[in-house]
Design a binder for this molecule. Structure first.
Ligand code: PLP
Length: 462
């Protein structure tokens, strides 16, 4: 079998990698020039044996592989990948299904249908909501806001898919201060103008202030989309979604909830209250590849008005679907030919079960609190209320040092140390270390070891 040698080689290399990733230095800066030299050179003139390609590729790439699959990678909001999800992803490649159309990939279409239903239920969203499996939350938000653009303009009698935005009624997009940049990317791609958004004031945790939203909406007429967020990327804080939906409903505005991180709180009885009112919004996005720990690319979009969703994404009229009885995955995302993304989500959900998802989310939050406590005990300031899995940290700087530069120096040392990896941010005008605990395999021992390393780096920077 032509595939056997290459696949067996890949499996052996992958297993070896995953068995060692726990102890691999986490994200030491890579030597990009060395990577270019190892991986580069001219396009080969002739063929190479597939297994030899895999071997050479793995060897050359290794120094540039960041151990974000490991338990002590706290940068951005990354998450690892669950065993069942990685294995399902291998099969997706082996099957090589074009999951755009049910007729070309019926199992992929049905798996999406099933996983979509599980997710709608898990998140407590309206049972009729339509679901798209996108590349990530950025394209999921793009899709949701395209549906929003369609719906709010249709109410004015304008067909934006047919006529575009030239001559259309002005459309207001409302975000809050500190909105995730990818929401603005979606606004930009949809021709709504990044610079035209209205920004609502946020409180000290970054939450949208509902009084400010009400005031802003009171001054505005016309079609309006409000972008709220469940889980701030810095603080983990949730916008008050019930109040946001009330304010929007009073003006007939569409509410979109970017829940890339925070929508997963719905899976936990202990955390669900953060999302009170969420189900009253019009569209929602989240990521599978972050907290659900599914391999990339896995973003998810949910839209209450399924017809708006399909109309905004369809390349043809909605009634041209292949069959009333089949669900074509491409109707709910911008792409046509596409990877069978549902399998990873399905495998992750099936391997965890409802309780496992809740445990994963609650465990990460408990570990974030543990890390915060240990750092605080070691003299650090915890800048945010640790309500979810995000922790912002500042260290007292020596009198002689610039306080922000000192935080950046601690970050640099932590990254070079390799015990764990975290990044930095600017929060309310001040530099801070930013920690996200979103990996299924992180343990208390990992957190303690990381806290020790961070405190040591801060001492050494003094
Ligand atoms: C990560 C993130 C996004 C973007 O998601 P991608 O999957 O990277 O496209 C959007 N919003 C929030 C709050 C995020 O954390």
């Amino acid at each position: 079998m032509a595939h056997r040698a290459a696949l067996e080689r890949a499996a052996a290399l992958a297993i070896e990698y995953l068995e060692r990733v726990r102890e691999r230095p986490v994200g030491r800066p890579a030597d990009v020039a060395a990577l270019r030299a190892a991986l580069g050179g001219p396009l080969p003139e002739g063929p190479t044996d597939p297994a030899a390609v895999i071997d050479a590729l793995a060897r050359a790439a290794d120094p540039g592989i960041v151990a974000s699959q490991g338990p002590r990678y706290f940068g951005f909001v990354i998450g690892g990948a669950l065993p069942a999800a990685v294995a399902a992803d291998w099969l997706v490649s082996a099957w090589d299904q074009n999951a755009g159309l049910s007729v070309a990939a019926p199992a992929a279409a049905v798996v999406e249908e099933v996983a979509a239903r599980w997710l709608v239920e898990l998140f407590g969203l309206p049972p009729g909501a339509s679901v798209g499996f996108a590349t990530g939350a950025t394209m999921a938000s793009f899709t949701a806001l395209a549906a929003a653009r369609h719906a709010v303009l249709r109410r004015t009698g304008w067909d934006v898919e047919e006529h575009g935005l030239s001559g259309a009624p002005a459309l207001n997009v409302v975000v809050r201060e500190g909105v995730h940049a990818t929401n603005l990317a979606a606004v930009q791609l949809l021709g709504l103008g990044r610079g035209r958004v209205h920004r609502v004031v946020a409180d000290e945790q970054g939450r949208m202030r509902p009084d400010a939203l009400r005031d802003l909406l009171a001054d505005q007429g016309g079609p309006t989309i409000v972008c709220a967020q469940a889980g701030d990327v810095n603080t983990g804080a949730f916008d008050p979604l019930g109040d946001v939906c009330d304010a929007a409903a009073a003006r007939g505005a569409w509410v979109h909830v970017d829940g890339a991180i925070g929508l997963w709180a719905a899976a936990s009885p202990a955390l669900r209250s953060h999302l009170a009112g969420c189900e009253r919004a019009d569209s929602w996005t989240t990521d599978g590849h972050k907290w659900l720990n599914v391999p990339y690319d896995s973003g998810l979009v949910f839209v209450r008005d399924a017809l708006a969703h399909r109309t905004a994404m369809s390349v043809a009229a909605p009634y041209l679907a292949t069959s009333a009885d089949e669900r074509d995955p491409s109707l709910f995302v911008p792409e046509t030919s596409r990877r069978a993304r549902g399998f990873g989500v399905y495998a992750a959900l099936r391997s965890l079960g409802r309780r496992g998802v809740a445990d994963l989310v609650e465990r990460c939050c408990a570990l974030a609190r543990r890390l915060a406590e240990r750092l605080r005990a070691g003299g650090a300031e915890i800048v945010n209320d640790v309500v979810l899995n995000q922790v912002l940290v500042r260290f007292p700087a020596p009198a002689s040092a610039d306080a922000d530069a000192f935080q950046r120096e601690v970050i640099r040392r932590v990254q070079a140390d390799g015990t764990c990896w975290l990044g930095g941010t600017t929060w309310r005008g001040a530099a801070a270390l930013r920690v996200s605990v979103s990996n299924w395999s992180t343990t208390e021992a990992d957190v303690d070891r990381s806290a020790d390393a961070i405190l040591r780096c801060a001492r050494e920077a003094t």
